[in-house]
Design a protein around this ligand. Structure first.
Ligand code: PLP
Length: 387
């Protein structure tokens, strides 16, 4: 009966991140550095506010663009936080950052067209591009460049079928942050080659030792960039499933058609929680950001001293992406054996694309004492392997 399933769906491989978690489910006392979500709960005041709004009747469909108050608050948030002035017609609230990706990719891609994606990348990108009957065109990035994109490789990947490039900074899985001069160059290529840019910035608040910059602000880019963002990571709200995108109003209008027929609107109560988050003192979230930075730096210090490990400095997101190639090139067996022998979950780098082979992704999403214990176990494992 499997042949009844669309070829498109059959060719998609299930998430290897979940596969690792399923393997770990066999064991007790497992430490997971596998899943990319904040360990912090949504602050209680936000939950209370959302529940009170639900009791007061915020339980109905909202406009497809989003709850009117939330859209207005997002307009204000972008001016205050990023200095970006935006008409409300250029904003859409989505079902998480995922909803923004679905709406933008479905809006932009026709069957047979190409979307350029630097890899290693978030596995959702190729899956969603393929579900739109289009083709992901992978552009490799290198460990020795800190996994920062080389713009000339993007330019070389452009063909007559290229419709868009999809970039992600700070990056999942590598933690790379694109420097300003690379954004300048990517913007120049996008304008010259007439590409739309989908810029996934869901980790925009997690930049260490610098400030987040968006390609949207580069000359000529406001007309051709969709920025995908989310409440999930910044506000510890993964389960509420609220994100937002902004871009040129003509494109957001088209994305609204896709959003309308895929989801009608995002969850009403989730949107009320998002509104409460925007009205919450930023220091609450700044404390979480500091915790992620402290943990990433701590783990980096430990890992870089371990035998066989090469690692780039932590520059953004809550991921580290060390190379284990001097220990083994088989990152999948490494990750599986690490679960079996030491009860620590990491994700094999090859799950994120060919350039991730020989690396592992470590999420610094547990408190430092637990992280420290996990790193002890990783070090024991490596020393055994290398002896
Ligand atoms: N983009 C990236 C790079 C991510 O890592 C994630 C989640 O892990 C998402 C988008 C999706 O975020 P959301 O939970 O808001 O759908």
């Amino acid at each position: 009966m499997k042949e009844k399933v669309s070829k498109n769906v059959r060719r998609i491989t299930p998430s290897r991140i979940r596969e690792m978690s399923m393997r770990a489910a066999r064991y007790r006392e497992v430490i997971s550095l596998g899943i990319g979500e904040p360990d912090f709960h949504t602050p209680p005041s936000i939950c209370r506010s959302a529940l009170a709004d639900a009791e007061a009747g915020a339980t109905h469909y909202t406009p497809t663009r989003g709850d009117n108050e939330l859209v207005a608050a997002l307009q204000e948030y972008m001016i205050r936080g990023r200095g970006i002035e935006m008409d409300q017609s250029g904003i859409i609230v989505t079902h998480g950052g995922m909803g923004g990706l679905t709406a933008s990719l479905r809006t932009l891609l026709d069957p047979g067209e190409e979307a350029i994606i630097p890899e290693p990348c978030f596995p959702t990108y190729p899956a969603q591009i393929e579900l739109a009957n289009a083709f992901p065109v992978y552009v490799p990035t290198d460990f020795d460049d800190g996994f920062v994109i080389r713009p000339d490789r993007i330019a070389a990947a452009v063909t007559s079928k290229s419709r868009l490039m999809l970039i992600n900074s700070p990056n999942n899985p590598t933690g790379a942050v694109l420097p300003g001069h690379v954004l300048d160059e990517l913007a120049r290529i996008a304008v010259e080659k007439d590409l739309i840019v989908v810029s996934d910035e869901v980790y925009d608040h997690l930049v260490y030792g610098g400030k987040h910059e968006s390609i949207y602000t580069r000359p000529g880019m406001a007309e051709r960039t969709i920025v995908v963002n989310s409440f999930s990571k910044t506000f510890a709200m993964t389960g509420w499933r609220i994100g937002f995108s902004f871009g040129p109003p003509w494109l957001i209008e088209e994305m609204m058609k896709v959003a309308m027929f895929f989801t009608s609107c995002p969850s009403s109560i989730g949107q009320r929680a998002a509104l409460a988050a925007l009205n919450t003192d930023r220091r609450v979230f700044a404390a979480m950001e500091e915790a992620f930075e402290t943990r990433c730096r701590f783990a980096w210090e430990r890992l870089r001293k371990m035998p066989g490990i090469r690692i780039n400095p932590a520059s953004g997101s809550f991921y580290l992406f060390p190379s284990i190639a001097a220990i083994t090139v088989d990152d999948t067996s490494f990750a599986m054996d690490l679960v079996d022998e030491e009860r620590v979950v990491v994700v094999p780098g090859s799950a994120f694309g060919p350039s991730g082979a020989g690396c592992i992704r470590i999420s610094c999403t547990v408190d430092t004492p637990i992280l420290s214990e996990a790193l002890d176990r990783i070090e024991n494992f490596i020393r055994r392997r290398m002896s």
